[in-house]
Design a protein around this ligand. Sequence first.
Ligand code: PLP
Length: 448
Amino acid sequence: MSARTTPHQLDAFWMPFTPNRQFKAAPRLVASAQGIHYKTPDGRQILDGTSGLWCVGAGHGHPTISSAIRQQVDTLDYASSFQVGHPGAFELAERIAELAPPGMDRVFLVNSGSEACDTAMKIAMAYWQAVGQGERTLFVGRERAFHGVGFGGISVGGMVNNRRAFGPALLRSDHLRSTWDPATQAFVRGQPATGAEMADELEQRIVALHGANNIAAVIVEPVAGSTGVLVPPVGYLQRLREICDRHGLLLIFDEVITGFGRFGGYFAVDVFGVVPDMILFAKTVSNGAAPLGGVIVRRELHEALMQGPAHLAELMHGYTCSGHPLACAAGLAMLDVLRDEDLVERACQLARPLEDAVHALDELPGVVSVRNLGLAAGVELAVTQGQVGRSGARVQAAAFECGLLTRAPGDTIVLAPPFICNPNDIHAMVDRLASAIQTVEFPQEQIA
Ligand code: PLP
């Protein structure tokens, strides 16, 4: 977008997840990006406090990734993965399988986290049909979860505004309570020590109510990112796994945000020691440089579906751009960068500086919670004028003015810096966030 952009040119694009009227009255535009900065059309530098949208761990314009995409477009710009293949898709799937827990070595490629979620739900249903338990069609999600915007994803998702208008189209689902407990977790550093028993609801209420033999799968984000960095209590995910095992339920981890390094390992198994049956990924896998996502599937599930007449597709599912050559090139290059630049370890080392920096905001007027894990943090603000999201939107806008890009789900400001930051960059981000928070007036009783 050029510096000549004027408001009337903004009308045609119906922006996703954006208050369009407000945005177009006061647009926040970026024109280019390099490293940990965006640049606005008038040349201002904006620190990328959210790695784009949790994607750009290796920083913008990474030369290895850019040149891999350039080379690929000149070699093979497009090939379908329907009944024809190209090397990049096979190589990428193999490289991802090598990083996944043992036995999870089949990879279905898609273009987004939403597609990954709907794909995994279809695989779960098809699997249960294949093994003669087709009555297992109910999915268990969790309140305050985000699994994208497909009809499967919003069925198991727990963000009420994303579901309300689409009620009749939702799949059969139930939801665990969120792991967020303001009474005990408001200013906890890292994982809350207590609360693992919240997982027991799966057995005590949901399995008891619906019957295990009707439940296809349980799907959770190991750390809920999009609703403001909600960190699971120590032992919670283990307990979910144990209950799923006891009742024969599939466990799906949506690692669209947690996958590929943000929390100190490639996947939740490396961070929390829990192995699911399927892993969803997207975002960081391609550094955001091309749309890419996928589902990593436990071998036995895949084997169960490899049946029927050999000339027919075993899973009637896929996308025109599944395994797109440019996305695969971006993914392969990103995997090289993560390995060669030791970026997962670098992200790990930044976790403490980020934790210390954000918790320095604990006492700031209007801040009601600060939470963090790995290279992600949520700073929650008091609701103002009885309107949820108002404080968040105002602080997000003020932060942009202060030169910081953040996310603001509801009234939580999220920081998810690129892995290539140094501690000074982290401090600069948090300083700008503090300045932005101080521009908002919080009523006296919320300051107390
Ligand atoms: N799952 C999780 C956990 C996410 O955070 C997101 C997006 O933020 C999605 C799924 C959806 O991904 P996409 O926007 O690529 O469809």
